[in-house]
Design a binder for this molecule. Structure first.
Ligand code: CTP
Length: 398
């Protein structure tokens, strides 16, 4: 049910922490890989040894251990889902305020995956306006708050504030992951990164593309059940993910051949690579020596991969291109939609701060063939990838 899914469980100092022992068991039994991060206070309620034995991974709570730094960014990026259960009043308040005085909070602030919060507290704390405000803030950050249930509380009172039962949390995770498997059975081609066009054995014409956007798309699709073929240009740091095949290429011509070769077996192709438009006509067999005067290179146009896939496209296939523009963005994006026979063009403008090459964030506008234009705010590239894939799924239905 949860095979290949990576779940990070955050446990805070609340009596309900004991229930998470069965949550870890249920998640692991369903095939998920589970890692646990706890607050220092949670250790009074549940033993790290029990949790590490059940999860088969070390349980972390320190930002610094033996004078070494614990990499919270890696944990937050590793997970498909981060569940904080139980989420105490204190931790919810710190999360809402953006405080960061323990490892769990640092993971929360750097997590790029969806975050679920399963609060647990006394009825009066639950009803307090400060808690209401903190929960509203956390929801405004995009976090999902799992409703508490009414019943007997640790204080002896009866009322609202009990954490959802482990079985219910487990069911919600399974339902969420099943709904996210909306690309299972689909094969998707993604191109990413730059191409390098050789001038001589030591020099090339390249560009600043990092491939991060293409990787984020490939990762999102693999997480949603697709078989992904990632055609990656030089220097692209491709993740090792289940369901992801990486085809390494260097030049525009090699990328063309790899994409055209694999496209017929694909349901969807997303061309996110920054392909060189021109390539040297002659590649010098030896290193070109410096001489007086200038040097002229003759360049020939490379073959346009997106355009070729647009020509080859059959009715069941979808084709998505990117447009990176510095001026007349909308007109150029719409023109590319037509000239390349693409179903969608994702425009990212170099005029937007934080968007485009090398950044971890991007700001895109999607144009489709029905004339729709959808603009998104600046977001981490992983979140942009989720928006693009959601758009493809909801608007065009692969
Ligand atoms: N593209 C491609 N093959 C090329 C050039 C571009 O597949 N030889 C794809 C890119 O991956 C992207 C889209 O075409 O999805 C648009 O790329 P872009 O560089 O914005 O546009 P170009 O077509 O190269 O046109 P121009 O550089 O004049 O804007």
């Amino acid at each position: 049910m949860l095979h290949g899914k990576k779940i990070l469980l955050g446990i805070t100092g609340s009596i309900a922490a004991y229930k998470t022992i069965s949550l870890v068991r249920l998640l692991v039994k369903s095939g998920a890989t589970v890692k646990v991060v706890i607050t220092p206070a949670a250790r009074d309620f549940v033993s790290p040894l029990t949790l590490s034995t059940l999860s088969k991974h070390d349980v972390e709570w320190e930002l610094f251990k033996d004078s070494a730094w614990t990499n919270h960014v890696t944990l937050g990026r590793w997970a498909d889902l981060f569940i904080v259960a139980p989420a105490s009043c204190n931790t919810l308040a710190k999360m809402a305020a953006g405080q960061c005085d323990n490892l769990l909070l640092a993971v929360y602030l750097s997590a790029t995956c969806p975050v679920w919060l399963a609060p647990a507290m006394d009825a009066d704390m639950w009803a307090h306006p400060a808690t209401r405000r903190n929960l509203a803030l956390l929801q405004s950050y995009g976090n999902l708050v799992i409703p508490v249930v009414a019943g007997e509380l640790a204080s002896g009172l009866t009322g609202e504030g009990r954490m959802a039962e482990p079985e219910d949390l487990h069911r919600l995770v399974c339902e969420y992951m099943a709904a996210r498997a909306d690309f299972s059975g689909k094969t998707v081609l993604v191109s990413a990164g730059p191409t390098f066009e050789p001038i001589d054995p030591v020099r090339f014409i390249g560009n600043h593309s990092s491939g991060k956007m293409g990787i984020a798309l490939a990762h999102e699709l693999a997480g949603r059940g697709a078989r992904v073929i990632l055609v990656a240009g030089p220097g692209v740091q491709a993740p090792l993910t289940e369901g992801l095949e990486v085809v390494r290429v260097n030049t525009a011509e090699e990328m063309f051949a790899a994409c055209v070769d694999r496209f017929p077996s694909c349901d969807l192709a997303i061309m996110a690579a920054a392909v060189a438009d021109y390539s040297p006509v002659q590649v010098a067999p030896e290193k070109i020596k410096k001489k007086d005067g200038s040097l002229t290179l003759e360049l020939r146009k490379t073959r346009d991969i997106l355009k070729e896939l647009g020509r080859l496209k059959s009715p069941h296939q979808l084709l998505v291109g990117f447009a990176l523009e510095t001026n007349n963005e909308e007109a150029y994006a719409k023109e590319k939609l037509q000239s390349k026979n693409a179903d969608l063009i994702v425009l990212n403008s170099l005029n937007n701060a934080g968007a485009g090459f090398g950044h971890d964030t991007n700001q895109v506008t999607i144009f489709d063939r029905k004339g729709n234009k959808t603009a998104y705010p600046l977001k981490p590239k992983e979140a942009v990838a989720a928006d693009i894939i959601d758009y493809i799924h909801d608007k065009i239905k692969p």
